[in-house]
Design a protein around this ligand. Sequence first.
Ligand code: UDP
Length: 326
Amino acid sequence: MKLLVTGGAGYVGSVVSAQLLEAGHEVVVLDDLSTGHEDAVPEGARLVRGTLRDKASEVLAGAGFDAVLHFAAKSLVGESVQKPWLYWDGNLGESLSLLDAMRTAGVRRIVFSSTAATYGEPETTPIVETAPTRPTNPYGASKLAIDTALAEYARLFGIGAVSLRYFNVAGARLTGSGTSGAGDQGERHAVETHLIPNVLKVALGEKDAVSMFGEDYPTPDGTCLRDYIHVVDLGVAHLLALDACAPSTHQIFNLGSGSGYSVREVVEMCREVTGHPIPAEVSPRRPGDPAVLVASAEKIRTALGWKPERDLRVMVTDAWTFLQGR
Ligand code: UDP
């Protein structure tokens, strides 16, 4: 298939682009490089630099694309609370431009990176796709609005859309065996908020200690539980979702493993993998963090036959190899 990957210079988008190329697809990446990296775009993909608003219709018009995989987004929860307009415009506004460009060019399929943040604070766990959607920040709200727009475009214009609601993505895609080299893809955020890369930065000597945000949650060890999945497993789900797009239908799948690890367990795993003592200090809760966010992975397993193959140890090992090679 001929595929447009928006945000293909970012962490998840670049990994999935490489997997799509490996599966024999033709890939064009559209990315404004505001947070992505030109050298993360895999060899074999063509990069068009620009925003969706400026470039999507020009790229798609008359070019015979079969589908779009839409990763381009702003994704910092804290920033979204400070500057919500950046998220309404940057996520929803830009996505509407993309959908309109698809409609005009006759591109009929889209796989979209949605998020567990669309659910907000869960009433019951694990979270099923029919759970109430009550996002607690503009990031989650803007992604939920895009899910709604996709449902409308499916109903009104017959496109086939799949929203994959990511839980916690981790790990890296390594091209060598055990040592990081050119072509490896992993997390390289200018502002790093995620747990695993922040813990590993201590082992790398870039930070003295990791902060664990809160130890008084109603969980077995008092720290938050999250559902981590390996970025390569996540990519596999995108390839399956692409094939599962059905005309006039918007499908939603959670993308998680169905089980959680605590912040303490993640820190401990990082100690085991790196052999570094990794000092950890407890700091106050981070506002807006639910105690437990774990996906029900039942729907995607049944409908697409997807299940994660790589556990927390593999995620941490691959992220560590990637970081050491940078
Ligand atoms: N966390 C932490 N220290 C950090 C970063 C994150 O204790 O330096 C905690 C955070 O409070 C949450 C979990 O780790 O409970 C996962 O956070 P992350 O930002 O990686 O993902 P989120 O679940 O917010 O999408």
